[in-house]
Design a protein around this ligand. Structure first.
Ligand SMILES: C[S@@+](CC[C@H](N)C(=O)[O-])C[C@H]1O[C@@H](n2cnc3c(N)ncnc32)[C@H](O)[C@@H]1O
Length: 352
């Protein structure tokens, strides 16, 4: 099974995305007799083989569980072995749309890096399209090529070991979208026109973390007649929805009071422990009276409105629950600047 043909049921040899927690995935190839060991328990592959994708799998003799999901470029991006910085989904989705990449598109990509964006490109262009991807680091090139083939992209993604700045993008042809994630894209831009679709409109995106790279890229794009040049940065903020227990005012006040008591008890404890340490350091046996003992310094338990040791599971129907939603505090931003441009065919010469 590859990323492009997704059956409903897990089979031997399938690559399964095991969801261990929020945004935490482990790609695992199913082999009967093998077991996945995690800090959330152990999961024999045999318990997963034959189950529908999306199933919840209980841990062997334990309370934990995982979900087994079908592989997608988005999940691969979250779990792939990092050999380089990678393009993440908020940027990838924006780039695909701005470059107008669709089923059947012909696309150039350099460098391949860890192959994160290559997976997104391959799925979008599909079996009627082509992605020519180039990488000049041999080990990275080989690793990404093997992964892409294993993931079912063999006939879609054509992978080359090449320095595109000195040696160009052969054998790409008829291309109308170019993505350059290179330290010096301006060295690769001048050779591009020979690989682009004749008479067509071509689009480019250069992905650069530093503004100095952007300046140099824009200079070269202008010199090479690219137009509609625009640099953007993608910021992404997730909205989180959670259940919160409806509490009485009395509970809230008691809990606040208990927090205050606990904080002052912790400070007192710290001071006493420091005193104890100091006494140990300058112990000249001349101190009169019994020194404080560590065990005499008390802890303060937090006030628990449901009784000591009682834990409440979210949704417990003995209580009332409200749904809250809020934006993540941190906006996930600056991975890179994205510089877009368009190359239109030259207008026909007017007869005089
Ligand atoms: C930041 S990584 C690309 C990451 C990739 N976009 C991803 O999503 O996984 C940049 C890659 O470009 C490669 N590279 C740099 N200069 C190159 C060149 N002139 N020709 C080909 N590859 C090059 C580097 O070896 C590196 O692997």
């Amino acid at each position: 099974m590859g990323f492009l043909d997704l059956p409903n049921v897990i089979s031997e040899g399938d690559l399964v995305m095991v969801r261990l927690g929020k945004s935490q995935f482990k790609p695992v190839t199913m082999q009967s007799g093998e077991t996945l060991h995690t800090r959330y328990g152990s999961y024999p592959h045999n318990d997963m083989i034959g189950k529908p994708y999306g199933s919840q799998i209980p841990a062997m003799g334990d309370k934990g569980f995982v979900h087994v999901l079908a592989p997608t470029p988005e999940l691969w991006t979250l779990s792939l072995p990092h050999r380089t910085q990678i393009v993440y989904t908020p940027d990838a989705s924006y780039i695909v749309q701005r470059l107008e990449i669709r089923p059947g598109s012909k696309v150039i990509e350099a460098g391949t890096g860890s192959g994160s964006f290559t997976h997104a490109l391959g799925r979008t262009v599909g079996t009627s399209g082509d992605v020519w991807t180039f990488e000049f680091h041999e080990v990275r090139w080989e690793a990404a090529k093997v992964e892409l083939e294993q993931h079912g992209y063999k006939d879609i993604v054509h992978s080359f070991y090449r320095d595109v700045c000195s040696d160009g993008f052969q054998p790409a042809s008829g291309v109308h979208a170019v993505f350059l994630d290179l330290p010096k894209p301006w060295l690769a831009i001048p050779s591009l026109p020979q690989y682009l679709e004749l008479g067509g409109i071509s689009r480019i995106c250069c992905f650069s973390p530093c503004v100095e790279q952007v300046i140099e890229t824009i200079k070269t794009l202008k010199e090479c007649s690219w137009t509609q040049i625009e640099t953007v940065e993608v910021s992404c903020r997730e909205w989180i929805v959670r259940k919160e227990m409806r509490r009485t005012l009395e509970d809230v006040l008691k809990r606040q009071e208990s927090f205050r008591e606990r904080r002052s008890a912790i400070q007192q404890r710290k001071r006493k422990l420091e005193e104890l340490e100091k006494q140990d350091d300058d112990d000249d046996s001349s101190v009169v009276g019994s020194p404080p003992n560590k065990d005499d310094i008390p802890y303060v338990d937090l006030y628990n409105p449901w009784g000591k040791g009682e834990r409440i599971v979210k949704g417990d129907d003995r209580f009332q629950w409200d749904i809250f939603s809020a934006g993540e505090r941190d906006i996930k931003s600056h991975t890179s600047f994205l510089t877009f441009a368009v190359l239109a065919p030259a207008p026909p010469k007017m007869k005089t």
